[in-house]
Each structure stands twice: as structure tokens, then as C-alpha cells.
Ligand binder design. Structure first.
Ligand code: NAG
Ligand code: NAG
Ligand code: NAG
Ligand code: NAG
Ligand code: NAG
Length: 538
């Protein structure tokens, strides 16, 4: 590692540590909510292996069959021609396919453990209170059930070993009369449970886009990884009784706009928000869910709640803001086949619906909406943006604008009067190709402003470990393959190794020994005959 790289690593480490240990007020305790956010692990499997389900050296097998007269051929000339064809194919098909498939096998195996390494190391290092995987847990929505089960098993037993699925009764549907999912700022057995649980978001490679999403695909995902749409509510108790007494109460303190501090996590399946959808009832239920979220939100005038939206597909952005540009593709006969982002209309549902932001300064709370942040994945590269609307413009010119977060902060846009907005963070993928990235979101409560504050940091584990791992296993597997190949070829050619060993190693020596013994016996017989005749003569 070069000195510059080491320096960069240290600088990143210091930055992340400062986020982890972010203090709330003067007490110096760490943030009560620390979320480890992982993007797009995308476990691949058989669909990525070129020669899956067929013999590694198919053409070689045929060549040997022709040569050993195990096939029907009208003439020797044709037989030899077939052998030649097959041998050529061995070089142009079998060998490249096998090497590529072998590389992929090693790659998949190594990747499972690489993801495990990231999960384990970051959990140990950053001590998150909660962990989320932001969709595309698996690499393909078209796999059959057995392969789906194999990959789920690899996900839970290898890459996220020790993690747990969120029980269905904990993952609640938004309701006025909700149950609190947990208390923040405590270190008890319930907190330990939440440290192990994975808040899994559903992605397009898990269930498909709107044009592929069927009840069966959704059901097998939910069974393996947890529900696709739900909310969690975490409360932070206010220990100081004097401060606690300032909280809104309809009877004793009706004038207050302070609510008991609460963190609302909303996990949204946004795969079928855009049209046309294959299954209309599934789309209806997604819209019903979002409406339920909106109707169970507190009025925008109140302070103290923070809404964290976890979803897979990023919100709409014009070309040039992030790596991905707006893109839609449809199946023949309708149905969304692929999309990079939500449509502008669906995005508005998040900004103006869930967050209650408004371009109209006469709207409740001046259109400033609810506090929160949106986390998602999907684009692999990652992006950090700010959505805002300019209330100073004439009403027919007001539009949602999107700026990179750094630029928005430089221009001091967040929090500016007349400019309601919200931050959206697209977390970079945790795959090795994207340097094993993870996001860390720390949220703490500021009692003076009665608002939640947050900070986000991205950390990269790098891919050196991955390459080390893959290369060592490469060599071991190549040796095994060579030995296996030799054995297989010998078996196909009808060649019986046992007989060969018997005939060539044991038989000659046995024969020699037998011959020697025979010669001795003959000698003795002769000698006997001689003595016999002697005796007779006498
Ligand atoms: C993990 O592996 C065990 C044993 O091989 C298996 O019984 C179990 O079903 C696996 N877990 C998942 C979630 O697939
Ligand atoms: C809250 O918990 C109770 C008891 O476990 C359950 O009956 C009720 O349905 C839960 N409420 C919600 C909104 O999930
Ligand atoms: C704070 O006040 C609420 C009532 O508004 C009460 O339910 C809660 O127990 C109090 N919290 C503490 C830590 O005293
Ligand atoms: C909002 O619109 C006003 C009036 O046109 C303009 O002066 C101001 O620069 C705009 N603000 C931003 C951040 O675009
Ligand atoms: C905001 O969006 C409008 C319409 O897309 C565009 O004309 C305007 O230049 C944008 N403003 C900024 C500050 O990007």
C-alpha cells in the first residue's frame, strides 16, 4: 500500500469515526440510532455460469466415444471426420467455457465470503444499532424456486451469517394505533435483537419491475427475507422530567408542538409504482400502503418525528445529476421491463405525499413538510442529492429541482426559507467491483431545536481481500480440476484403471514368480526321477 493510499484510508477512518461517535448534546454519548446501509449485494448463481448443467468437456467425451467405436458411424472416414470436428470444438468451446465457468464458480464462492467479510467487519467496527440491505439481495428475478432457495440459503448462512429476518408481526402496516418497535438509547436484549435483524428492502432483481412482479415472486421473497412494505417506529425517551413535561399532551399541554421523539422507518416496495403493471391488484396495494403511510403521519406543524424512507429505486432526476439517466423500457404488450429511476410523478408522491413538502408557501407549516431522509440503492455507483422547490417563483413555474448534495450545501440550500427540500442518498453497491462500499447513517436528537439531526458517511473496505481470496482458490481449484479431468477422460474412454493396474503392475511380477516356482518344481521332478531310477537300478 502506498503512503498516499494509507493516508486516504486514515482520513476516511477518522471521518467515519466522527460520524459513529457523533455526540448528542453535551452529554457525550454516541448517536442512539446508527444504521449500517448496504447496497445491492446481488448474489448470483447458476444463471451466471456458462456451462451449468452440462458436462465440462462434452466434445471431448464425444471424440472419445467415436474413437472407441461406442457410436454408430457408417464408415471409418466419417468416424474420423467426426472425431476431428469434436477435437476442434474442444479447443474452441470446451476449454474456454470450462475456464470461464470455473472462474465464475470461484468468483461466486469468493464473493459470498467477501460480502460476509464486509458485513462482519463493518458491524464490528461501526457497532450499528440497525442494519439495512437496500434491495437486489439476489442477482436475478427469473430464477426458479430451487435456485432461489439455494441463494437465500447462501445469503443467510454465508454472507449474512448470524443475521435474522424481521418477524412478520414486528413489520407493521401503518396504523393510527401503532406499536412501538423499540426504544432507542438502551443497551438491553431488545437492542441486541435489533442489531442482528436485517431490514431487507425488495429490489428489481428480487421480484422484478412492475411488468414482471407476480404474487408468487413477491411471496417467495417475503417468506425468505421479510415483508416488502412495512413501518417501524422507534422512540427515544426524554429522561429529564422538566423537559419531558414540555411535550404535547391533548389534556395537560395542548399548546405544545413538541412530540415525543420518534424515528419512523418506512420500508417501501417501489417496484410497481410506475405503470403499466403486470398485476393491478399488487400495484393497488402498494398505493394503498403509501396512502396509509401519509394518513398516519403526524401533522406537519409538529416537531420531533423523523421519517427515514428505505426503498430500492431512486427518485427521478434529470440527466447529468447522477450516473444513471432517466430510462424506461417496456415489455411487448405493456408492462415496465426496466427502469433506472421512478417517474417524476411517482417521485412527487414521496416528496409531497410522505414528506408533505410543498411549493406553496400558504400550505400548512409554510410547505416545509416533515424532517427525514431517503435511502436507496439500484444504481451501484451511488449518488447524494437534494430535492427542493422554489416557492419564490410564480406558481406555474415552480418545479422540483435536484442538485448534488455537496453543491446544494455549498449554496446553503438546505434549510433556506422559501426553499423546502429533502436529501436523497443512493448508497453505492457493496459488491467488490464497487470497492466493498457501505453507508453509515447516524441520527441523534437535538433537544434545543427539538429536531433530529443526522450525518451520513460512506466507507469503502476495498477489494484487496477479495482478490487474495479468489486467487488462492483459483490455484487450488485448477489442480483439482486437472486431476478430475484426467480421471473423467479415462473413465469415458472405457478404460478400466483397476484392470490396468492389475495387468501391468501386479501380473508381470506374479507371472515371473510363478515361472520361477514352476522351474524349481521341474528341477526337483527331474532330480526325483534321477534318484528313482538310481534306486531302481540298485
Ligand atoms: C442454512 O443451512 C441449514 C443447514 O444446511 C439449513 O437447514 C437452513 O435452511 C439454511 N438456512 C436458510 C435460511 O436457508
Ligand atoms: C400491536 O400489537 C398487538 C399485540 O401484539 C397486535 O394485536 C396489534 O395488531 C399490533 N398493532 C399493529 C398496528 O400492528
Ligand atoms: C414523558 O411524558 C410522557 C407523557 O407525556 C410519559 O408517558 C413518559 O413516561 C414520560 N417519560 C419519562 C422518561 O418520564
Ligand atoms: C428562487 O427564485 C427566486 C426568484 O426567481 C430567485 O431569485 C432565487 O435565486 C431562486 N432560488 C434558487 C435557489 O434557485
Ligand atoms: C429548476 O428546474 C427548472 C425546470 O426544470 C429549470 O428551468 C431551472 O433552471 C432549475 N433551477 C436550478 C437552480 O437548477
Amino acid at each position: 500500500m502506498s503512503p498516499a493510499a494509507l493516508l486516504a484510508l486514515l482520513r476516511n477512518a477518522v471521518r467515519i469515526l466522527s460520524v459513529i461517535s457523533h455526540v448528542s448534546g453535551p452529554t457525550g454519548i454516541s448517536a442512539p440510532f446508527r444504521l449500517l446501509a448496504l447496497g445491492d449485494p446481488q448474489l448470483e448463481g447458476d444463471t451466471a455460469i456458462r456451462n451449468y448443467g452440462r458436462p465440462a468437456f462434452l466434445h471431448l467425451e464425444w471424440a472419445i466415444r467415436h474413437l472407441t467405436f461406442q457410436t454408430e458411424q457408417p464408415s471409418l472416414r466419417k468416424r474420423l471426420r467426426q472425431v476431428t470436428h469434436d477435437l476442434v470444438d474442444v479447443f474452441f468451446d470446451d476449454i474456454p467455457d470450462t475456464l470461464e465457468s470455473l472462474r465464475k464458480h470461484v468468483d461466486l464462492f469468493g464473493n459470498d465470503f467477501y460480502l460476509a467479510h464486509i458485513y462482519r467487519t463493518l458491524r464490528w467496527w461501526t457497532k450499528p444499532t440497525h442494519v439495512t440491505v437496500l434491495g437486489d439481495l439476489l442477482g436475478s428475478q427469473w430464477i426458479r424456486d430451487p435456485e432461489f432457495n439455494r441463494r437465500s440459503s447462501r445469503f443467510w448462512n454465508r454472507s449474512f451469517k448470524g443475521a435474522e429476518r424481521i418477524p412478520d408481526e414486528i413489520a407493521q402496516y401503518p396504523a393510527e394505533d401503532y406499536n412501538v418497535s423499540g426504544i432507542l438509547g438502551k443497551e438491553d436484549s431488545e437492542a441486541a435483537l435489533w442489531q442482528r435483524r436485517l431490514i431487507n428492502v425488495v429490489g428489481n432483481h428480487d421480484v422484478g419491475y412492475a411488468g414482471d412482479l407476480t404474487p408468487e415472486r413477491l411471496e417467495r421473497f417475503e417468506l425468505a427475507f421479510g415483508k416488502a412494505s412495512y413501518e417501524l417506529r422507534f422512540e427515544l425517551p426524554i429522561e429529564d422530567p422538566i423537559v419531558n413535561a414540555t411535550v404535547f399532551d391533548p389534556e395537560t399541554n395542548p399548546e405544545s408542538n413538541r412530540l415525543l421523539p420518534e424515528l419512523r422507518i418506512i420500508n417501501i416496495n417501489n417496484m410497481n409504482l410506475d405503470t403499466p403493471a403486470l398485476d393491478q391488484s399488487l400495484q393497488d396495494s402498494t398505493y394503498a400502503f403509501i396512502n396509509a403511510v401519509i394518513h398516519t403521519s403526524t401533522a406537519v406543524e409538529f416537531k420531533g418525528h423523523f421519517t427515514l424512507v428505505l426503498t430500492h429505486m431512486p427518485l427521478y432526476k434529470p440527466e447529468g445529476v447522477c450516473v444513471d439517466s432517466p430510462f424506461f423500457d417496456f415489455h411487448e404488450g405493456g408492462g415496465v421491463k426496466e427502469q433506472n429511476q421512478l417517474s417524476a410523478d411517482a417521485s412527487k408522491g414521496f416528496l409531497e405525499g410522505i414528506y408533505g413538502l410543498s411549493g406553496n408557501d400558504k400550505a400548512p407549516a409554510g410547505g416545509t413538510g416533515r424532517r427525514g431522509v431517503i435511502l436507496n440503492g439500484h444504481d451501484h455507483e451511488g449518488c447524494d442529492t437534494y430535492h427542493y422547490i422554489n416557492q419564490s417563483l410564480p406558481s406555474d413555474e415552480r418545479q422540483w429541482n435536484i442538485s448534488r448534495w455537496d453543491a446544494a450545501r455549498k449554496d446553503q440550500l438546505p434549510g433556506k426559507p422559501g426553499l423546502p427540500g429533502i436529501r436523497e442518498i443512493t448508497v453505492r453497491s457493496m459488491m467488490a467491483d464497487f470497492d466493498g462500499n457501505a453507508g453509515l447513517l447516524s441520527i441523534w436528537f437535538d433537544q434545543d431545536s427539538w429536531e433530529w439531526k443526522y450525518e451520513f458517511a460512506a466507507c469503502e473496505l476495498g477489494r484487496q481481500y477479495y482478490w487474495w481470496f479468489v486467487h488462492v482458490f483459483d490455484i487450488i481449484l485448477l489442480i483439482i480440476l486437472a486431476a478430475y479431468g484426467a480421471l473423467e477422460i479415462s473413465i469415458i474412454s472405457g478404460f478400466d484403471a483397476e484392470k490396468w493396474i492389475e495387468a501391468h503392475v501386479f501380473a508381470p511380477s506374479v507371472n515371473k514368480a510363478e515361472a520361477k516356482a514352476d522351474a524349481k518344481i521341474a528341477e526337483m521332478k527331474k532330480a526325483n526321477e534321477k534318484t528313482d531310477s538310481c534306486i531302481k537300478e540298485k
